[in-house]
Every structure is written in structure tokens, then in C-alpha cells.
Design a binder for this molecule. Structure first.
Ligand code: NAP
Length: 242
């Protein structure tokens, strides 16, 4: 059995990635924060795609919850390991920095950066032992160019990109690749409420992307054929920022 852990898999990009990886034969570990009904829908779609999965709820920003969940899985799966990790969980709390409450600064950074540490760190030793692993970190165009109103989110995603590049160099010899994806505007709950028509005019492709377009890139980056691609950031943004 090949296992893939997708954080933030109950909705949006995480769900589309789960379904895509299910078509490739992965058993999907569906992490989410609290929305069990949505996570159950992801599991249904994973099964319809011909594979299976398990719900794995925990707050990636919470070190204790994350450690407990991952250790429980590892204890129950002696000799097996999670070979694909997609660090996808994320939130945005947009406002100008001059008006930003400290809690919004801290929460956005914690889910992205503490979340990256909490989930990735315990999976690295098993990947190194088995001499194969694939880690994908969901960054953003915001982490590449910085976006006004998103100083917290830009800092978090920029930090995640730097962590991607550093870790890639640490584990390359063990046949583990670490890459980031930087989506532009993708149609999910996160972008609901934005003025899609107005924003689409600023995108050379003239439209928002779909979660499936991001999932396809994840499938490529985890494939054996992508084994020499590491420490990279792949933009998926319709030409918004190049
Ligand atoms: P979304 O539709 O809002 O879904 C967010 C997912 O993250 C949900 O599954 C949610 O679980 C989970 N989550 C939130 N906080 C969590 C936590 N503390 N621990 C575990 N899971 C948590 O978002 P999305 O658009 O799919 O975005 C996915 C990733 O892509 C994020 O990192 C986002 O920053 C990034 N991204 C998105 C876009 C875009 O245009 N959509 C663009 C660039 C980057 P619950 O359902 O339980 O709340």
C-alpha cells in the first residue's frame, strides 16, 4: 500500500489532490481541521476514484495534536510509511497590516509554518529510511511577489518557499524531493466572495484556475519521472505573475 497524507483535504485544493492521487493508487490520509462532513465527501470521492482512505483530523498548527495523530498512525502501520506528503492546509485573514490584530498575524503564520514543521518533521526519518519520499508545499503567488492586504499570508507563504528550498537540499541524497506550488486565483471556498469578474481581467488567461489544474501538477511532481526536480516553486496562475 502506498500512503499519501494531504493536509487540508476536506475541501478545495486538498480534495482535488486527494482524488487525483487516489486515481494513481494511493491510499489517502485525509487531514482537516473540523469539517468532518466535508472530509467524508472527500473520502467518498476517493473511493469513487478507485482507491480508499482514512480521515485524520488534527490542527496542523497544534504540535501535540499533530504528533499524537501521526504517532498513532505509525504505531498501527508497522513497516509501512507515508511516502507522499502535501502540506496544503492554509487560511487567509486579509487586512492591512496597520489594522491587523496580532491573532490574525499569528494564526496565519502558525498554520503554514508551524504546520509545515509539525507534519513534515516526523515523516522525514521514515522517508529517509525507505530512500523515497515526495513533499509538496502549497505556497502562493502571494509568497513570491507579496500582496497588499496579505502581509501575514505573504510572510507565511514566503517562509514556506524558503523552507522548501532548504529542506530539498537536506534530503536530496535520500531520493526525497521537496517542491512548492504557487497558485494564483483558484476557484475554492478560499476565493469565494472575491470579485471574480474584475480579478479575471488582471489575469492574462482571463479566468480563475480550477483545483483539478493544481492537482494535476501535484501528480506530476510526485511521479518517478519528476525525481530530479527538487527545491522548485511551480507557479500555476494563468500568467498573473511570472
Ligand atoms: P479552502 O477551500 O479554504 O480549504 C482549506 C482547507 O484547509 C480545509 O480542508 C480546512 O479544513 C483545512 N484547514 C484549515 N486550517 C487547518 C488547520 N489548522 N489544520 C488542518 N487543516 C486546516 O482552501 P483552498 O483554496 O483549498 O487552499 C488550499 C491551500 O492552497 C492553502 O494553503 C491556500 O493558502 C493555498 N492557496 C489557495 C489559493 C486559491 O486561490 N484557492 C491560491 C494560492 C494558494 P476544514 O474544512 O476542516 O476547515
Amino acid at each position: 500500500m502506498k500512503y499519501a497524507l494531504i493536509t487540508g483535504a476536506s475541501r478545495g485544493l486538498g480534495r482535488a489532490i486527494s482524488v487525483k492521487l487516489a486515481t494513481l493508487g494511493y491510499h489517502i490520509l485525509i487531514n482537516y481541521a473540523g469539517n468532518t462532513a466535508a472530509a467524508e465527501e472527500t473520502l467518498q470521492e476517493v473511493r469513487q476514484a478507485g482507491s480508499d482512505g482514512d480521515l485524520m483530523p488534527f490542527d496542523v498548527a497544534n504540535a501535540e495534536q499533530t504528533r499524537t495523530a501521526i504517532e498513532a498512525w505509525q504505531d498501527a502501520h508497522d513497516g509501512e510509511y507515508i511516502e507522499v506528503l502535501v502540506n496544503n492546509a492554509g487560511i487567509r485573514r486579509d487586512t492591512l497590516l496597520s489594522l491587523m490584530p496580532a491573532a490574525d498575524w499569528a494564526r496565519v503564520l502558525s498554520i503554514t509554518l508551524d504546520g509545515f514543521y509539525n507534519v513534515t518533521q516526523p515523516l522525514l526519518m521514515p522517508m529517509q529510511f525507505h530512500k523515497f519520499g515526495r513533499i509538496i508545499n502549497m505556497a502562493s503567488v502571494s509568497g513570491l511577489r507579496g500582496l497588499p492586504g496579505q502581509t501575514n499570508y505573504s510572510a507565511a507563504k514566503g517562509g514556506l518557499i524558503a523552507a522548501t528550498k532548504a529542506l530539498a537540499q537536506e534530503v536530496a541524497k535520500k531520493n526525497i524531493t521537496v517542491n512548492a506550488i504557487a497558485p494564483g486565483f483558484i476557484k475554492t471556498d478560499m476565493t469565494e466572495g472575491l470579485d471574480e469578474a474584475a480579478l479575471s481581467k488582471t489575469i492574462p488567461a482571463g479566468r480563475f484556475g480550477t483545483p483539478e489544474e493544481v492537482a494535476a501538477a501535484v501528480a506530476f511532481l510526485i511521479s518517478p519521472q519528476a525525481g530530479y526536480i527538487t527545491g522548485n516553486v511551480l507557479s500555476i496562475n494563468g500568467g498573473l505573475y511570472t
